[in-house]
Design a binder for this molecule. Structure first.
Ligand SMILES: *Cc1c(COP(=O)(O)O)cnc(C)c1O
Length: 490
């Protein structure tokens, strides 16, 4: 299968490219993104066929339907990384929390957040494509705390790939920071930026437009690639678990094949729910895709009003930082699916120039056929964490908690819902300890112990080990010095 572009094609570019080309250079004509030319149809036969498949068997068959230009051996090796998850036979447990409400736990990988679901196999595939072409790539990442650890973990010691990861020195949890600064490999560079996530992102953007940086890369024959969810190489792995979750409900006798369910996704850059949107178009029976936001409610406003307006918006720092976002990249792929390339280009140019775009009434109606949305404040999220723990014995993180609001306001409780849990409690322990025991401003190590005791949960060994591991990346610098730091690493 080939890949086409969301904003149409510049005259000098090919109309369509292969999967491996699209993952090496994920930015398309006019600043757009690559999308599959068509989606395979999976229908009920496919679901029936995979009722008793393992996660890896299902994944291999979904990928086969996409007919990507990656050798089977490489795909198998990539999928075998799911064996490192807590339970190799079931990397994504689906847990019943109460009547008609299920949670899909996407965080059982090495860095305890859902980013591992895609980045683990993606890292293997990207490195193998780069090796095969005998090319060297630099991945630049700015992280608010989950992408960074997952990218470092997957690319560690991978050939033909180097990673430079920037994180806000004052903006992550202790666990997230330690996951990055203790990651020891010659091809990894981790840099703390003085400031918040905006400053880390600004540092990355200034690098991308720096002529001297470009010249350095050319001289060293290094190309740039990206590991965030604009890369379709991540999205493809984020289609699979939605199908797995549906099959899990069938296996648990909660639904029959063909019955529609809600998929409720805590959303930021829209990569997770985009995978669900594609799964629906491929034939998965879905009632509605539910978008859950925090107080940075740009996605909720889009789905409810058809207007994407960031003219007056200022980013708020919330207790669900992986969803603190104003420009949500993957919405563009939905616009393309629903309205086509020329309209997508028009809308995205409106956003770039005027910081707003407005859908027509008909366009909004089409969007609302798929999506509903609501947002949840930090205080509401804290109350959901408390209540769900107290009433249902289920402990969740602040990102997952945002879904419980939209579940109440937007979903018919007679229909089964799958809520996506995107991070383990260990990653945001101070917020959760505050909800459970009232502790304020604790360090992670204190919060972890408090939660462990209160909820009778073990702290996973890889999290515990972080606190005694050697710190190998100790540079914290001003964003002006970033280029010098990375060039000396290269
Ligand atoms: C990345 C992330 C999200 C947001 O996912 P998107 O695909 O960007 O919408 C939500 N929760 C957690 C914990 C994350 O790490």
């Amino acid at each position: 299968m080939n890949f086409i572009q969301t904003r149409g094609c510049e005259p000098e570019k090919p109309q369509s490219i292969t999967f491996s080309q699209a993952i090496l250079s994920p930015i398309a004509s006019y600043g757009g993104l690559y999308v599959p030319e068509t989606l395979p149809n999976l229908g009920e036969d496919f679901l029936n066929k995979h009722l008793n498949s393992s996660y890896k068997e299902l994944a291999a068959d979904v990928l086969a339907k996409f007919e990507i230009d990656i050798e089977q051996g490489v795909i198998d090796e990539a999928l075998s990384l799911y064996d490192k998850f807590d339970d190799a036979s079931n990397p994504v447990p689906v847990v019943k929390v109460k009547e008609n409400l299920y949670v899909s736990e996407l965080y059982h990988g090495p860095t305890r957040a859902f980013k591992d679901m895609a980045l683990q196999p993606f890292g293997k595939i990207l490195s193998s494509v780069a090796q095969k072409r005998n090319e060297n790539y630099l991945i630049l990442a700015a992280t608010s705390g989950d992408t960074g650890p997952a990218a470092l973990e997957t690319f560690k010691n991978q050939k033909n790939i180097q990673v430079a990861c920037m994180y806000p020195a004052n903006g992550t949890s202790d666990v997230q920071r330690l996951q990055m600064v203790t990651e020891d490999a010659d091809n990894l560079k981790v840099i703390g930026i003085e400031g918040n996530f905006d400053d880390a992102q600004a540092a990355l953007k200034s690098l991308l437009v720096s002529p001297s940086f470009k010249a350095t890369l050319e001289k060293k024959s290094i190309s740039l690639s990206a590991a965030n969810s604009v890369n379709f190489g991540r999205i493809i792995f984020q289609i699979i678990y939605h199908i797995h979750n549906y099959l899990e409900l069938v296996r648990q006798d909660a639904i029959e094949i063909g019955e529609k369910v809600y998929l409720n996704v805590p959303s930021g850059n829209f990569g997770n729910v985009l995978g669900a949107f594609y799964a629906q178009d491929m034939g998965l029976p879905i009632e509605k895709l539910v978008i859950s936001s925090n107080e940075n409610n740009i996605l909720t406003r889009l789905i409810q009003t058809g207007v994407y307006d960031i003219r007056e918006s200022e980013l708020k720092l919330t207790t669900s930082p992986a969803m603190d976002i104003l420009k949500s990249s993957n919405v563009e792929r939905v616009l393309f699916s629903l309205y086509g390339a020329s309209r997508t280009r028009e809308l995205m140019e409106d956003l770039d120039t005027n910081h707003i775009y407005t859908l027509t009434k008909e366009e909004l109606a089409k969007l609302q056929e798929y999506f509903v949305a609501d947002y949840c404040s930090d205080a509401e999220g804290k109350a959901y964490i408390q209540a769900t723990f107290k009433n249902n014995g289920y402990l969740m993180d602040p990102h997952t908690a945002t879904c419980f609001k939209s579940y109440e306001t937007k979903c018919n409780p007679q229909i089964k819902s799958i809520v996506y849990s995107t991070a383990e409690w260990t990653k945001f322990s101070p917020v959760i300890a505050n909800a459970l025991t009232g502790e304020v401003n604790t360090e992670d190590i204190v919060a972890l112990e408090a939660i462990s005791k209160e909820a009778s949960l073990e702290i996973p060994s890889m999290v515990k080990a972080l606190f005694s591991k050697k710190i190998v990346h100790d540079s914290i610098i001003e964003k002006e010095d970033i280029e010098k730091e990375i060039v000396s690493f290269l």
